[in-house]
Design a protein around this ligand. Structure first.
Ligand code: ADP
Ligand code: MG
Length: 504
């Protein structure tokens, strides 16, 4: 039992050095210096795996195909999409441009009816109201429909933990059921390969679209390495989005041609999800050209739009979800959904407005953005909402209940300052909060909604210090962890060592 041992071991300096060296050697890294592009540092990670209730993990995994089909239903429901997002488009040019592209390619007629999406649905454990101590339920944070990252790192961190626990003889908690296999990279690569095969031209390539100076190189390059290991016959190229306007054109049958002659079978977007990624109208023209082409997009523009957070608020209960799902499936999703509110006229009878300007401590305010750093939390919500209440800008925000996640005792190994003494320093046992992501991949027909393939598998755990709001790893807010599945939190006393009920 961990509880009976000294955690971390007495010789923690070598323990941490080994952990950092493992991360560096196995490519759990990102570029750290904008000047010297050969310079990398390890990503933040936790020193130990994160215990997680087996039952709730299995539920996240099992509902991912349902999440995929919900996304498909939204993606193909053009009038509902416009009804829902057009009011936001009036105040948000980014949403407007995406919607306009979606409408334009549908008006023109789809050159490629097959659409694909590699997604990651993120969840946190939540303390249910009036629940017994250590009794938790799942709450979905969001579904990432574009650029679902970190799949190679999540698997590597599990291996890092295995290595450390074996070398230093750290025992699993007594209630351990298993260490689940992490097939996240296989899910992502499998999704790309299926899309490639569906395109049906062996000489065409997969194009990964990324940022200019690619900090996240290990994450993306490992997708390429794994894919070419699995399928050496498939050509894979990575190109920065900014360079594409000069590199792509349509062929006579709307083939997407890269660098004049190279036909693209699949465009894999790892970028293009934030307004700042579109530095000129030429960038928008390039996105439109790719969407108009015969290449299969991952995600296609309608899947990208289906990831808008607004849909979490609009499709918030079983009855609404039944628009796309069977009743039993809709109920399972409702069980993991948070409460949401939108803003109507911001009068005293507007429930969202009243909540935001009174009890905002238990709330998160979100715009229609991805990639971190855009949300407003707790006490900051009220002044913000009061300032924009009478403007149209308020329509792009949704209000979400705050998830009261349990605390976990673990350590985040961040980069530190890189000095020898700092590199083995271990702060007080951190109080961490974990977020679990489950990967999925779907391939379907945009005209008929016929599902060609619908897969789920693999996970990402990100653990952040309690009290830190954002959860990004590359931004330094959280460390990557791995899972130990356990048989209920109440089953074993030693979990009091790792989980404490949050008292706010
Ligand atoms: P983004 O698209 O920027 O990733 P998210 O909705 O995932 O936006 O929010 C960013 C982070 O904020 C999450 O990773 C999570 O740590 C935290 N967060 C988001 N929603 C909630 C919530 N309802 N309760 C508690 N924390 C939240
Ligand atoms: Mg997120």
């Amino acid at each position: 039992m961990w509880a009976s041992r000294q955690i971390p071991p007495k010789d923690h300096a070598s323990f941490i050095r080994d952990a950092r060296d493992y991360a560096l050697v196995n490519g759990i890294v990102l570029r750290c210096d904008p000047i010297n592009i050969n310079c990398v540092a390890h990503l933040p990670f936790t020193l130990f795996p994160s215990p997680y209730p087996n039952e709730l993990y299995q539920e996240c995994l099992n509902i991912q195909p349902v999440v995929n089909r919900l996304m498909l239903g939204i993606a193909n429901d053009t009038s509902f999409m416009n009804d829902t997002l057009r009011p936001i488009a009036q105040v948000d040019d980014f949403t407007k441009n995406l919607l306009d592209i979606n409408d334009a390619v549908r008006r023109e007629g789809l050159a490629q009816p097959i659409i694909s999406c590699i997604s990651r649905a993120d969840y946190m454990l939540d303390t249910a109201p009036n629940a017994a101590q250590n009794e938790f339920r799942l709450r979905q944070v969001e579904v990432n429909a574009i650029a679902s990252a970190m799949s190679p790192h999540s698997d590597q961190v599990a291996k890092l933990h295995d290595f450390l626990m074996t070398k230093y003889d750290v025992k699993m908690p007594a209630a351990t059921i298993s260490r689940p296999d992490n097939t996240s990279l296989a899910t992502v690569v499998g999704g790309l390969v299926e899309a490639f095969d569906k395109y049906g031209k062996s000489s065409a390539c997969i194009l990964l679209v990324n940022e200019d100076l690619n900090r996240n190189l290990a994450d993306q390059f490992k997708v390429e390495l794994e894919l070419t290991k699995m399928r050496p016959d498939i050509k894979f190229v990575r190109r920065p989005f900014l360079s594409l306007p000069d590199m792509i054109r349509l062929g006579p049958n709307k083939e997407l041609l890269l660098e004049e002659t190279r036909e693209v079978a699949v465009v894999y977007f790892r970028y293009c999800y934030d307004p700042s990624h579109y530095s000129s109208s030429r960038a928008w023209d390039a996105r439109l050209l790719m969407e108009r082409s015969r290449a299969i997009k991952c995600p296609s523009i309608n899947f990208h739009l289906a990831g808008a957070k607004k849909f979490q608020e609009v499709l918030n209960n079983q009855a609404k979800l039944e628009r796309y799902l069977q009743p039993a499936e809709a109920q399972r999703l409702e069980n993991v959904f948070c409460k949401f509110w939108s803003f109507k006229d911001c009068s005293d009878s507007d429930e969202g407005y009243k909540l935001a300007t009174s009890e905002s401590v238990g709330l998160v305010l979100k715009p229609q953005r991805e990639g971190g750093g855009n949300n407003i939390y707790g006490r900051d919500i009220r002044p913000f909402v009061e300032k924009i209440a009478k403007t149209e800008a308020i329509s792009q925000y949704i209000l979400m209940e705050y998830i009261d996640a349990p605390l976990e005792k673990n350590w985040v190994v961040s980069q530190g300052d890189g000095s020898v003494s700092d590199s083995v320093r271990l702060d007080e046992c951190d109080r961490l909060v974990s977020e679990l992501g489950i990967y999925g991949a779907i391939l379907a027909d945009a005209n008929t909604s016929l599902v060609e393939s619908n897969k789920s598998g693999g996970y990402l755990v990100r653990s952040k210090r309690f009290g830190v709001n954002e959860g990004g790893v590359a931004s330094g807010h959280a460390g990557i962890s791995s899972l130990i599945l356990v048989d209920g939190f109440q089953a074993a006393d030693e979990f009091s060592l790792y989980y404490v009920k949050v008292v706010t």
